[in-house]
Design a binder for this molecule. Structure first.
Ligand SMILES: [Fe+2]
Ligand SMILES: [Fe+2]
Length: 272
């Protein structure tokens, strides 16, 4: 068993552009930073930026992704329901109703160690009728502690304060808390006092000149007119992919360091 492992965690993958960035850059990132395991948020990885399909989940796995987390867009493609009933590599927020397909937690083996991944969704400026994410994670940790102390949590949420408070709530109890959903990477990565690595948002994989991966013009129209408009994935280059890698002590489950990762690709074209 290795004494430390490194886990790469990438933010929301948006459409074909985000998937192409993963395909092109994941193996070199793994090599560059000696990565042992990879987690990405896939809630926007379908071509139209909404949801994820079984085919896409399988292709991300093929690219070298160990676990795919999601969020509020998880059910946008109904094709994923069945996949999540029979596969454990895609998870959805644990504080969704228990009748939903899939699970909010999964574990996998890597370098002889068991790694757990937990997904929860925030409630501030989002659906308020979800179960409490704090209580949901408490329940999960009470049974995970018999299995492993290497635990990565994706807190899919809008409000920075909710994410930060959630992370401090878990400080010393999990290896790492990462925020997703805003698609904008934050520069506040740190190892908190009791040994949990944290960043408020990982960012995304998608077009740089976009509004959170989507074409800005229809969104500007909606902000100006309050009229509905069709949101389309931006496919014009350059493309970006952001996240973090975290080094974890496999004995204690505590984080040693967290570093931001950012790839900008000027050459890649979406029609390739
Ligand atoms: Fe997203
Ligand atoms: Fe989201």
């Amino acid at each position: 068993m290795k004494s430390t492992i490194r886990v790469l965690i990438i933010g929301d993958i948006v459409g074909v552009v985000g998937r192409m960035m993963l395909q092109k850059h994941l193996s070199s990132l793994k090599e560059k930073y000696s990565i042992d395991a990879t987690i990405v948020n896939g809630e926007n990885s379908n071509n139209n930026g909404r949801g994820i399909t079984s085919r896409i989940a399988n292709s991300l796995k093929h690219m070298g992704v160990d676990v795919i987390t999601t969020g509020n867009h998880v059910w946008d493609q109904s094709d994923i329901f069945e996949h999540m009933r029979s596969n454990t590599n895609v998870i959805r927020p644990a504080n969704f109703p228990s009748e939903c397909p899939g699970s909010g937690v999964t574990t996998f083996k890597c370098q002889g160690v068991e790694i757990a991944v937990v997904n929860v969704q925030g409630r501030v400026f989002m659906r308020e009728d979800l179960d409490c994410p704090f209580k949901a994670v408490d329940t999960i940790l009470s049974y995970l502690k018999h299995k492993t102390n290497i635990i990565i949590v994706d807190m899919h949420a809008e409000a920075t304060a909710e994410k930060i408070c959630f992370a401090y709530y878990l400080d010393g109890r999990v290896s790492c808390v990462v925020g997703t959903h805003t698609h904008v990477p934050t520069a506040d990565e740190r190892v908190m006092p009791k040994g949990t690595a944290y960043v408020t948002d990982l960012g995304m994989g998608g077009a740089l000149n976009s509004s959170i991966g989507m074409k800005a013009a229809p969104m500007i129209e909606r902000f100006k007119t309050q009229m509905p408009s069709r949101f389309l994935v931006e496919t014009e280059p350059p493309f970006i992919m952001t996240g973090v890698w975290v080094e974890i002590d496999t004995k204690t489950g505590k984080a040693i360091q967290i570093q931001r990762v950012k790839v900008i690709d000027e050459e890649l074209r979406a029609d390739e």
